[in-house]
Ligand binder design. Structure first.
Ligand SMILES: [Zn+2]
Length: 167
């Protein structure tokens, strides 16, 4: 894997939405996690720079319980990205637990690429192109759109710009 597989990543997110019959915002990533049999834990003891953690073998996702709710939603969608894109991780689950997340965030190119893919997946899951396009036909008000998609307006505008939807 040498490039961000942007088309594949977006199509994977859209397939998850289709399978779950989700066609309107706001998308609820916690409902998708439940269908996958993934248990979501809010952890209050993590440092601020740890947002989320997927433990594939035990089907658990940890989220930083002290982060803002919209950020937790994005982090959950990001971890679901690792799950559905079948990313591998450099640590072994015997040494990493919800209570002891890895101390160092990914550094090498392969890992950075996986992080970018998980972010792209998360953005497309929470604000897929077709839903954005439809919403933009109704309003261009940033606050209204952010509320509709239950995202921060910054994260939402990144999606709008990445899809080149402002014409
Ligand atoms: Zn990640």
């Amino acid at each position: 894997m040498s490039d961000l597989r942007i088309g594949f990543v977006r199509e994977t997110a859209r397939a998850v939405l289709r399978r779950n019959r989700i066609s309107k915002p706001p998308v609820r990533p916690e409902a998708i996690a439940r269908v996958e049999g993934l248990e979501v834990h809010l952890v209050m003891t993590w440092p601020d720079d740890v947002s989320g953690l997927l433990l594939r073998e035990s089907r658990r996702i940890g989220l930083n319980g002290r982060h803002a709710r919209t950020r937790q939603r994005f982090s959950l969608a990001h971890e679901l990205g690792h799950w559905f894109l079948r990313h591998d991780f450099p640590w072994h689950e015997r040494t990493v637990t919800i209570d002891a997340p890895p101390e160092q965030m990914p550094e090498d190119e392969h890992q950075k690429l996986q992080e970018s893919e998980a972010n792209e997946f998360a953005g497309e899951l929470l604000a897929p192109r077709n839903m954005l396009k439809q919403a933009l036909g109704q309003t261009r008000d940033t606050e209204e759109l952010a509320e509709l998609f239950d995202m921060s307006s910054e994260a939402l505008w990144i999606r709008i710009l990445r899809h080149n939807l402002l014409k």
